[in-house]
Design a protein around this ligand. Structure first.
Ligand SMILES: Cc1cc2nc3c(=O)[nH]c(=O)nc-3n(C[C@H](O)[C@H](O)[C@H](O)COP(=O)(O)OP(=O)(O)OC[C@H]3O[C@@H](n4cnc5c(N)ncnc54)[C@H](O)[C@@H]3O)c2cc1C
Length: 376
C-alpha cells in the first residue's frame, strides 16, 4: 500500500488546480489519481477540433494554459422551431428598453460575480456566496422567476433561453438565475472557443499523476484508504475529491436529494447541412427536442449536440461522414443545494458542483490546496 500526506482523486481542472498549487508551494508528498487527465475540459491533442468550450476574458487563472479559437457571438445563434427560424437580434430590436434593462442586470451581476470569484481563492464557493445575500438569492431563484420578477419575460423564450440552452442544455425553468446571468456575461466580457494546453497544465506534475479508476474509499482511523479498479491501494491522511459531484457522492456515500446527472452526446461530422441549418453558427432547437444544437465549424465540419446517443444525422445533413463522437456522462450535475468544499479537516470536495465553469473549478482546487498548506 502506498501512503501519502494528500491524495487527490480526479484530474480535471479542479484536481489539477489543487496539484499545481501544492507543487508550486513545494509539497511533494501527494498523489493525483484520475481516470483521464483534463476531465471535461478540451485538452489539446484530444479535443482540438471541438468548439463546445468557451473561455471568457475574466478566466484569469486558467489563461496561461489556454489557446483561443473563434470569438463567441450571441448574434450568430438561431432558434429553429417547426415553423420558423428566430434571430436573437430581431427580439432584442423588438424590445430595446427591455434588452437594455437585461444588460443592466448582467452588469450588476458581473460586479458581484467578480467579487465572489476573488473571495473564492480564500474560501469555499458556499462561504463566498453567503457573504453576498443578493447573489445567494439569485443562485436559489430559477431563471424564469427572475425574468418575471424584473418584467423581462418577453425576452425569455427566444432570446435568453437560446443561449442558456446551447451553453448549459437547460431550460429557463431548470437553470438558476445565477447560471443564466453567468452565461450571458459574454455580452460584457469577450469569450472565445478554447482548448487547454495539456503539456503546460501538467508541467512538473508527472511525478504525482497515476492513471486509474477509484472504486472504493473508506475512512479508517486517521486515514483515507482508496482502492482502484486495477487493484492498487493507497492511503492518505488528507483527501481531496475532485470528481464530478455525483461520483464523489457515490464513493463517499453522501446523499444529496434532487441532484441528477445530465448526459450529453456529440457527433463531429463533415458534410453538407440541409438548407435550413446553414444560416448562423449556432442552430439551437427548442426545449422538448432531444437534439440541442448544431454548431457550424465554418470549415465544412459541424457538431451536433444531443441529449440522446442514437441521434439521426440524416435529419440534418444531405450527406455526411462522422469524424468522431464524444459523450459526457455526466456533462453537468444539476441540483440546487450549494456545496461546502470542506467536510471536516481532512476532506475537501472541489470542482464544478455548484455551477459548470472551467475557471471556477480550477479556483476551487487552488483554494483547497491553500487550506491544506495552512495546516501542514
Ligand atoms: C459539453 C460541455 C461544454 C462545456 N462548456 C463550457 C464552457 O464553454 N466554458 C466553461 O467554463 N465550462 C464549460 N463546461 C464545463 C467545464 O468543462 C466543467 O465545469 C469543468 O471542466 C469541470 O472540471 P472538474 O475538474 O470539476 O471536473 P471534471 O473535468 O469532470 O474532472 C473530474 C475528473 O475526475 C476523473 N474521475 C471521475 N471518476 C473517477 C474515478 N472513479 N476515479 C478516478 N478518477 C475519476 C475524471 O476522469 C476527470 O478527470 C462544459 C462542459 C461540457 C460537458
Amino acid at each position: 500500500m502506498d501512503t501519502y500526506d494528500i491524495l487527490i482523486v480526479g484530474g480535471g481542472m479542479a484536481g489539477l488546480g489543487c496539484a499545481r498549487v501544492l507543487r508550486e508551494k513545494g509539497a511533494t508528498d501527494f498523489c493525483l489519481v484520475t481516470e483521464h487527465v483534463g476531465g471535461r475540459a478540451p485538452l489539446t491533442g484530444h479535443d482540438a477540433l471541438s468548439s463546445a468550450c468557451y473561455a471568457r476574458s475574466d478566466y484569469c487563472h486558467m489563461q496561461p494554459f489556454l489557446s483561443y479559437g473563434r470569438r463567441a457571438s450571441i448574434w450568430k445563434g438561431r432558434l429553429i422551431t417547426q415553423e420558423k427560424k428566430w434571430r436573437p437580434s430581431a427580439i432584442a430590436l423588438r424590445h430595446p428598453i427591455l434588452f437594455l434593462s437585461f444588460v443592466f442586470h448582467i452588469w450588476r451581476f458581473d460586479r458581484r460575480y467578480q467579487r465572489f470569484m476573488r473571495r473564492n481563492e480564500f474560501m469555499s464557493q458556499k462561504e463566498s456566496m453567503e457573504k453576498d445575500p443578493e447573489l445567494l438569492k439569485i443562485y436559489n431563484q430559477s431563471a424564469s422567476d427572475f425574468l418575471h420578477e424584473h418584467g423581462l419575460a418577453p425576452l425569455g423564450t427566444v432570446l435568453i433561453s437560446t443561449l442558456v440552452r446551447v451553453t448549459s442544455f437547460l431550460s429557463l425553468e431548470e437553470s438558476s438565475a445565477f447560471l443564466m446571468l453567468w452565461i450571458w456575461l459574454i455580452l460584457l466580457r469577450r469569450a472565445r472557443e478554447c482548448t487547454v494546453d495539456g503539456e503546460k497544465i501538467t508541467e512538473n506534475l508527472h511525478f504525482c499523476i497515476t492513471l486509474d479508476c477509484v472504486c472504493s474509499i473508506k475512512q479508517k482511523k486517521d486515514e483515507w484508504v482508496v482502492e482502484t479498479t486495477s487493484g492498487h491501494t493507497m492511503a492518505a491522511r488528507r483527501l481531496v475529491m475532485a470528481t464530478p459531484i455525483t461520483v464523489t457522492q457515490k464513493l463517499l456515500n453522501i446523499s444529496s436529494p434532487g441532484r441528477t446527472d445530465l448526459n450529453v452526446f456529440m457527433a463531429k461530422v463533415r458534410g453538407t447541412a440541409k438548407k435550413k441549418y446553414v444560416d448562423g453558427r449556432y442552430n439551437v432547437f427548442p426545449m422538448g427536442c432531444p437534439d440541442v444544437s448544431i454548431i457550424d465549424g465554418e470549415d465544412g465540419t459541424y457538431e451536433l449536440y444531443s441529449l440522446r446517443a442514437d441521434f439521426d444525422l440524416s435529419h440534418y445533413f444531405d450527406d455526411y461522414c462522422v469524424l468522431y463522437t464524444k459523450s459526457w456522462e455526466p456533462a453537468a450535475c444539476l441540483g440546487k443545494e450549494l456545496h461546502f468544499s470542506q467536510k471536516g479537516n481532512n476532506l475537501f470536495i472541489v470542482g464544478d458542483c455548484n455551477f459548470p465553469c472551467l475557471e471556477a473549478a480550477y479556483v476551487s482546487g487552488m483554494q483547497a490546496a491553500k487550506a491544506l498548506l495552512e495546516r501542514m
